[in-house]
Design a protein around this ligand. Structure first.
Ligand code: BT5
Length: 246
């Protein structure tokens, strides 16, 4: 596969870049469509939560990808974006965030960025939205952080997006072959702060505690609990300190 031709559309203000790109994806827009906004009036997180950011101080973007890959490897589409963002941040600022399963970008367990991946149709398209706190650490009380506060470097959203897309160029081709998928999975395992950590998993109907042992090839988090090994498909993870009550 040749590298993707990115077509970036910039907005002063939009409801949500994910909503915009998802609508166009359903109408057949080509892979490589990217929306970036200075401000979102209805920025979305997962599970109908919201993503907040004042004007101009965060990267707020959504990317349309159309790889063809087995259903059980789909998690790697969002991971490819998260890993590209991580490397771009290192190159721009020296700050190396870890990933919190499934795809949050974290620094010392504080949330630097979040991803919202949406599958269109039966996997014909993927819209991967990402918000990265560059100069504002997120709303009070949610335990966020930003590049400026961590390392004193000011990165503009445009510079962040340019480098993210150039990093994504390399990883996009990996989504096309079994060997590439293996390589991405390896990079993911190396970047995940969650592995080896004592975690609390908050799910819709229950809460689990245990040690995260790995993320398997299907993208599931394997949790060693008192009751045995549990495969976690979806949930919010809280990284616990060894001394912290669970
Ligand atoms: C996420 O959801 O982390 C996915 C965020 C995706 C945002 C991007 S921005 C561009 C694109 N367009 C969209 O409309 N969305 C995507 P989740 O794991 O559900 O986290 C949401 C929770 O994080 C909220 O309930 C808050 O507690 C917290 N939060 C909100 N804004 C934050 C921020 N700027 N920094 C840190 N935490 C934040």
């Amino acid at each position: 596969m040749k590298s993707v031709l990115w077509q970036v559309r910039e907005f002063d203000e939009i409801d949500s870049t994910n909503t915009y790109v998802a609508n166009l994806a359903r109408e057949g827009a080509a892979e490589g469509l990217v929306a970036r906004a200075d401000f979102q009036t209805a920025g979305r997180g997962r599970l109908d939560r919201s993503w907040e950011a004042p004007r101009g101080v965060s990267l707020l973007t959504s990317i349309l990808l159309r790889p063809s890959l087995p259903a059980n490897r789909r998690h790697l589409v969002a991971s490819a974006v998260a890993l590209s963002a991580r490397t771009a941040l290192v190159r721009l600022s020296g700050l190396q965030p870890g990933l919190k399963w499934p795809n949050d970008l974290v620094v010392n367990d504080r949330k630097l960025g979040g991803l919202l991946a949406e599958v269109i149709g039966d996997g014909e398209a993927f819209v991967v939205g990402i918000g990265i706190n560059l100069q504002w650490p997120g709303p009070e009380g949610v335990g966020g952080t930003c590049v400026k506060d961590e390392i004193g470097v000011t990165i503009t959203p445009q510079a962040m997006l340019d480098l993210l897309l150039s990093e994504l160029d390399k990883r996009r081709t990996l989504l096309d072959t079994p060997e590439g998928l293996e390589e991405l999975q390896r990079e993911l395992l190396g970047a995940l702060d969650t592995i080896g950590r004592h975690v609390r998993v908050e799910r819709a109907n229950d809460t689990l505690h245990g040690v995260a042992t790995t993320v398997n090839d299907d993208g599931l988090l394997l949790l060693e609990t008192d009751e045995g090994l549990v495969e976690v498909v979806f949930g919010d993870i809280v990284h616990l300190r060894a001394t912290e009550p669970s």
